[in-house]
Design a protein around this ligand. Structure first.
Ligand SMILES: Nc1nc(=O)c2c([nH]1)NC[C@@H]1CN(c3ccc(C(=O)N[C@@H](CCC(=O)O)C(=O)O)cc3)CN21
Ligand SMILES: CC(C)C(=O)C(=O)O
Ligand SMILES: [Mg+2]
Length: 277
């Protein structure tokens, strides 16, 4: 399994970091099989695995439940779990207790927290307590209500500069990586150049130190509309539907189960059961 120092080395060596989300046991097994560098148990699970229309309803218990399943499927991959909405804003004690559960109870290797300014002291405290932290700037979906929609962030030089300053503070606070979501490539490039820690982009262009996508988006599984930054690498939804349709059709026309899927009694027992009839 890679560790936080390895991700720093990868950046130095210009070796790109590939991160993929996973929310359950079988998916985690596949993600480990392709040697993704990190798995993100993202709070996006609220939208793509639980059917909510934002990440706001996702709870600590949801994150623990899904992280445990992912850990069982990917014992040898570095796992990062999102701290969900309001799980790191109520109080210092509550934040530390929540991070403790994610690491100790669920088995994640690190946590991710959204935002700059106000969460800097939290990144510092978590890091000092021995919890590896990833920051997250740009579009921060837990603030969708404040932002007013899922919009590209840092489009003008002023807000871009503000974002770059936040990124530096996140690094200084001890984060070992930074997710940049939905920012122009020029902004992501500059952040990646000024930071020593790796940047992991989603909708941030090619010049970050790594990439992350939501697995349902990249496989086209259970998602209808996807953001512009998504590339469809496979059509798993289509594979699901064709397999399920074939099953339903076979059941209806008695083409399934066949003899090879069926258990049989020995002749004498059939005789005894049916009484020769
Ligand atoms: N399936 C899924 N994929 C994600 O990447 C994702 C989630 N869910 N849920 C949590 C957040 C929300 N995200 C989103 C959702 C929508 C857009 C979107 O529609 N963006 C517009 C940009 C509009 C603009 O120009 O400002 C787009 O057209 O891509 C972006 C990120 C990213 N995260
Ligand atoms: C989109 C990524 C960065 C995320 O935070 C999530 O999956 O929840
Ligand atoms: Mg998230």
């Amino acid at each position: 399994m890679k560790n936080t120092a390895d991700f720093l080395t990868m950046k130095k060596n210009n070796e790109k970091i590939a991160m993929i989300t996973a929310y359950d046991f079988p998916t985690a097994k596949y993600v480990e099989e392709v040697k993704a560098d990190l798995i993100l148990v993202g709070d996006s699970l609220g939208m793509v695995a639980l059917g909510y229309d934002s990440t706001i309803p996702v709870t600590m218990d949801d994150m623990i439940h899904h992280t445990k399943a992912v850990k069982r499927g990917a014992k040898d991959t570095f796992i990062v779990t999102d701290m969900p909405f309001m799980s790191y804003h109520v109080s210092f004690e509550n934040t530390m207790e929540n991070a403790k559960r994610i690491i100790q109870e669920a088995g994640a290797n690190a946590v991710k927290v959204e935002g700059g300014g106000e969460v800097i002291p939290i990144i510092k405290k978590l890091t000092m307590a021995g919890v590896p932290v990833i920051g997250h700037l740009g579009l921060t979906p837990q603030s969708v209500g404040v932002i007013g929609g899922y919009k590209v962030q840092g489009r003008d030089a002023e807000s871009a500069n503000a974002l770059i300053e936040e990124a530096k503070k996140i690094e200084a606070a001890g984060a070992f990586a930074l997710v940049l979501e939905c920012v122009p490539q020029e902004v992501a490039k500059k952040v990646s150049e000024v930071l020593a820690i790796p940047t992991i982009g989603i909708g941030a262009g090619l010049q970050t130190d790594g990439q992350v996508l939501v697995i349902n988006d990249l496989l086209s599984y259970g998602v209808e509309r996807v953001p512009k930054f998504v590339k469809k690498f496979a059509n798993v939804g289509q594979v699901f539907v064709s397999g399920l349709q074939a099953y339903v059709d076979d059941v209806k026309k008695e083409a399934f189960p066949e003899q090879e899927h069926t258990y049989k009694m020995k002749e004498d027992q059939i005789e005894a059961l049916y009484g020769g009839k």
